[in-house]
Design a protein around this ligand. Structure first.
Ligand code: ADP
Length: 247
């Protein structure tokens, strides 16, 4: 039986009379990698902003594990385990790779920050940060300043910072954007790895990444759902071919 970890029901977002997200309903099944695709201006970023409470919907509801989170704050959402991967600018460039992950771990415990001041807990913090770094293949770079990492490795560090937040549902914003083949392959393998035991919702433009990685795909057009299904289903959908692939 399918279990939806995230459900958006009739979500609408208007900006001064312009409808960016239009009566959108979306179901993300637990344990899957789900892609949100669509041409520029389709409403993908606005949808992510609604789901992570960077924006409030004009109307509609959002449920996480069956609980209505429509009026929850961004901080409450993060505490529930909905974590959005931030752009590279969120990495502290003049901190080491290890320090960057430690900051993420400290943030995830929030108000219990003082807990980390004892020596035993600092050891624990370092151990956990190193565990995360080896999960993303960055353990050998632990003492490297983030600014000196090559582009693809910076993305891996962004994942490490996301994992430090102990995510249940990860929202990934164009994780392979601006990458060459080699980095795309590395990041794709990384997403597959970190997705294990978690759920991923991602915006992705690279269709071979979507094909190789994603269990379900929702296609947006002008803020509304144009099609939903597996890659095989949406890629052969006549409307999608016309509207999105330009065929
Ligand atoms: P996508 O991520 O699919 O490219 P967006 O969600 O960024 O699409 O944008 C959807 C539409 O909403 C676009 O036409 C965009 O110009 C408009 N839009 C997004 N944010 C705002 C805003 N803050 N004010 C006005 N219009 C906006």
């Amino acid at each position: 039986m399918s279990e939806y970890i995230l459900e958006a029901r009739n979500l609408t977002k208007c900006f001064k009379g312009f409808t960016a997200v239009d009566d959108l309903s979306l179901e993300v099944e637990k344990g899957t990698i789900h892609a949100l695709i669509g041409p520029n201006g389709a409403g993908k970023t606005t949808c992510f902003n609604l789901l992570t409470k960077f924006l409030s919907p004009t109307s509609g509801e959002i449920y996480f594990r069956g609980k209505d989170i429509t009026r929850a704050t961004a901080a409450q959402i993060a505490n529930m385990g909905i974590v959005r991967s931030f752009q590279i600018s969120a990495i502290f460039p003049h901190m080491t790779v290890l320090e960057n992950v430690r900051v993420g771990l400290q943030k995830s415990v929030g108000s219990t920050f003082h807990f980390w001041k004892s020596e035993a807990s600092l050891h624990h913090l370092n151990d956990r940060a190193m565990e995360i770094l080896s999960e993303v293949g960055l353990d050998v770079f632990s003492e490297t300043l983030a600014v000196h990492l090559p582009y693809g490795r910076k993305r891996a560090l962004e994942f490490a910072a996301t994992l430090a937040m102990d995510p249940v549902l990860m929202l990934l914003d164009e994780p392979t954007q601006g990458m060459g083949h080699e980095d795309v392959d590395r990041v794709t393998a990384l997403i597959r790895k970190v997705a294990s035991g978690r759920t991923v919702l991602m915006v992705e433009h690279n269709m071979s990444v979507v094909e190789g990685l994603c269990d379900r795909i929702t296609v947006l057009q002008r803020g509304a759902v144009l099609a939903e299904g597996t890659y095989a289903e949406v890629s052969t959908n006549q409307q999608v071919m016309q509207a999105y692939m330009g065929v």
